[in-house]
Design a protein around this ligand. Structure first.
Ligand code: GMT
Length: 380
């Protein structure tokens, strides 16, 4: 099929899911067109079946805010017509579903039907989307999508609770490509980061308030008081400076490495012993899944969709949001004993394997087929 994917091109979350999905679809022979304002970070392979169309928003002094939705919907119309796109898949409702619907209506005027699938990722619902300034537009664009999917059962429940949704929401969990992770890979240069006797604890995020960065540092502070350890903080975001300051205040800054955004997540996870994800809310927790497939157990909060990914006592442990004492206690239980840690590493990998793309890709393909058949119905 010819599939257009709209997403954010940034590190982490929905952009990574959209990019990995597009790459996998292209490998299966579909023609995939990414449409966004910058080349997605994980899209380093522009092959025969993969196209990237950049959305330009010309600056005009009259506009205090440049109209991205307008430029995106025009770009969608042009690309869909030019390449004969059959299905439009938008990731993250704001503003993608809104722009997608406008494109759909413009194309309808020319007698072209384009089915739109909207995948809800989390903050587009739980954080940003529910704000009264956006809520009517988000509700409208979800209800006008031909098919709506969400990345976890919890996100589906939240969406139905927060918005007045008339559409069925299909849950399609996020995924990883297991073939990309070899258990024999040992060349991750652990020695550059820590001494042999030190455990390596890792956190990866966009350093936003929702990630509860101070909890990551407080848990690590308790860990390093009892065993030799290092903390790898990967990512960039508004709370990074505060985090650096907190490490300084606690006198642990020599034990914490801030690595910034990285395209080498797997290498970092390869030498990690434990992953921390104490978020206030998390629709799925893709970062936890990426840790687990790299055989890194996870200590996380038990909020949102995380319990659907991190299994308590199997792939790691869960605790209430903000309960840093329990998180630290469970972390030490894992890190203090080689055998316990080894068992959890293997179990984390096994749990993560259930999210292999091999199980998820056919579900998306079915959804596309179903949406494409809607051209025989009047869905407007
Ligand atoms: O985690 C973030 O803040 C980024 C955000 C995004 O949309 O890019 O992530 C959301 O989507 C991810 C992919 O589906 C989920 O794994 C994250 O749990 C979700 N984040 C939140 O719900 C806070």
């Amino acid at each position: 099929m010819k599939i257009a994917i709209v997403c954010y091109p940034t590190f982490g979350g929905s952009g990574v899911v959209a990019t990995e999905l597009g790459l996998a679809l292209a490998e299966r022979g579909h023609e995939v067109h990414f449409i966004t304002y910058k080349q997605p970070v994980r899209l380093d392979l522009l092959g025969n079946n993969i196209h990237f169309h950049e959305v330009h928003v010309p600056e005009y002094p009259l506009f205090q805010y440049q109209p991205y939705e307008l430029a995106l919907s025009s770009k969608l119309v042009d690309t869909i017509k030019f390449y004969g796109i059959e299905v439009l898949h938008v990731h993250y409702a704001i503003p993608h579903a809104y722009a997608g619907y406008m494109a759909k209506k413009m194309l309808q005027e020319e007698g072209i039907f384009i089915p739109m699938i909207t995948t809800l990722h989390g903050t587009d619902i739980t954080l940003v989307g529910k704000h009264p300034f956006y809520k009517p537009a988000v509700t409208f664009s979800i209800n006008k999508s031909d098919i709506v999917t969400s990345v976890s059962e919890d996100l589906k429940r939240s969406t139905l609770k927060i918005f007045n949704i008339e559409k069925e929401i299909e849950v399609i969990p996020n995924f990883i490509d297991i073939t990309k992770y070899s258990p024999d890979y040992t060349d991750c240069q652990r020695s550059l980061m820590a001494n042999d006797d030190e455990r390596i604890v890792t956190h990866i995020s966009n350093f936003r308030n929702v990630k509860r960065i101070p909890d990551v540092i407080k848990v690590f502070d308790r860990i390093q008081k009892e065993i030799p350890a290092k903390l790898m903080m990967v990512g960039e975001g508004p709370e990074k400076e505060m985090a650096e300051q907190l490490c300084d205040d606690l006198g642990i800054k020599e034990k914490v490495v801030f690595l910034g955004n990285s395209n080498e997540i797997d290498r970092i996870l390869c030498f990690s012993d434990l992953f921390l994800l104490p978020s206030k809310s998390e629709s799925f927790g893709l970062a936890a899944l990426e840790a687990m497939i790299n055989r890194v157990p996870v200590i996380s909060s038990n909020t949102g969709g995380i319990p659907e990914v991190n299994k308590d006592g199997v792939s790691g442990f869960l605790a209430d949001v903000g309960d840093v004492d329990t998180m630290a206690e469970k972390a030490l239980y894992l890190l203090k004993d080689d055998d316990v840690l080894e068992n959890f590493k293997e179990s984390a990998f096994k749990v993560a394997s259930k999210f292999d793309i091999i199980h998820i890709l056919p579900i998306y393909e079915e959804v596309y087929e179903k949406a494409y058949k809607y051209r025989f119905k009047n869905t407007y």
